[in-house]
Ligand binder design. Structure first.
Ligand SMILES: C[S@@+](CC[C@H](N)C(=O)[O-])C[C@H]1O[C@@H](n2cnc3c(N)ncnc32)[C@H](O)[C@@H]1O
Length: 202
């Protein structure tokens, strides 16, 4: 059987989908989102950002709320999540919401300043194609936010059948290092559930 991304939410109602990604511990003011917005300000608000695996667009909500000038595009494999994002944030200055696969981004090389994967690696049977694509498409930073990988520190959610978690921290670092010359920054503790962030500077 072909291994595919685990997307338990694809069978949920719109309301469940919306509240899971927005109101649970991954809400707009989650530590890792606040941390990301601080980084975007530090790097220059006018950056373009591709949010791979954007879900229903929570990241965009925070960016818009704080008035950051970031040119944002959200991409997700889940058509219903993208449909919800389009209905909620219908702005059309750019074609802001795309259905697509993290492993085959429909973008030219170096076409976004920053590419973000926030809690997406955990759901992929192999994280490497997604990281390689992020490195190809980004010209300044690749930001990876994920749970402490198995083997590093276990958390119950990893065993609930919703996550592949087929990575170790050393493998992610290797993948970043292999693809190009990157400087890795480890973000400070980002709050609940062992959130962890790596920034690759290209
Ligand atoms: C846990 S959610 C995280 C959503 C959002 N990044 C956030 O932090 O709230 C994981 C997201 O990754 C998406 N996803 C899973 N596999 C994907 C793939 N191969 N390509 C693009 N998106 C994918 C899912 O549909 C889901 O919206």
């Amino acid at each position: 059987m072909r291994r595919c991304a685990i997307m338990p939410w694809s069978g949920w109602s719109d309301q469940q989908l919306w509240s899971h990604l927005r109101d649970n511990e991954q809400g707009v003011d989650h530590g890792s989102r606040v941390w990301l917005r601080e980084r975007l300000r530090e790097w220059g608000e006018t950056h373009s950002l591709l949010d791979v695996g954007c879900g229903t667009g929570v990241e965009y909500e925070g960016i818009r709320r704080e008035g950051l000038q970031t040119e944002y595009v959200g991409l997700d494999a889940c058509e219903r999540a993208i449909a919800l994002a389009r209905r909620t944030y219908p702005e059309t200055r750019m074609r802001r919401w795309w259905v697509g696969d993290a492993g085959h981004l429909p973008c030219a090389d170096n076409s976004f300043d920053v590419v973000l994967l926030r809690h997406v690696l955990e759901h992929l049977p192999d994280f490497r194609p997604a990281v390689r694509e992020a490195l190809r498409v980004a010209c300044c930073q690749v930001v990876l936010i994920f749970f402490w990988p198995p083997g590093e520190e276990q958390i119950p959610r990893m065993h609930e059948g919703t996550h592949w978690n087929r990575y170790r921290l050393a493998d992610v670092l290797d993948c970043l290092d292999d693809e190009c010359s990157v400087r890795i920054e480890t973000a400070p503790d980002l709050g609940v559930n062992g959130n962890f962030a790596l920034v690759g500077h290209l």
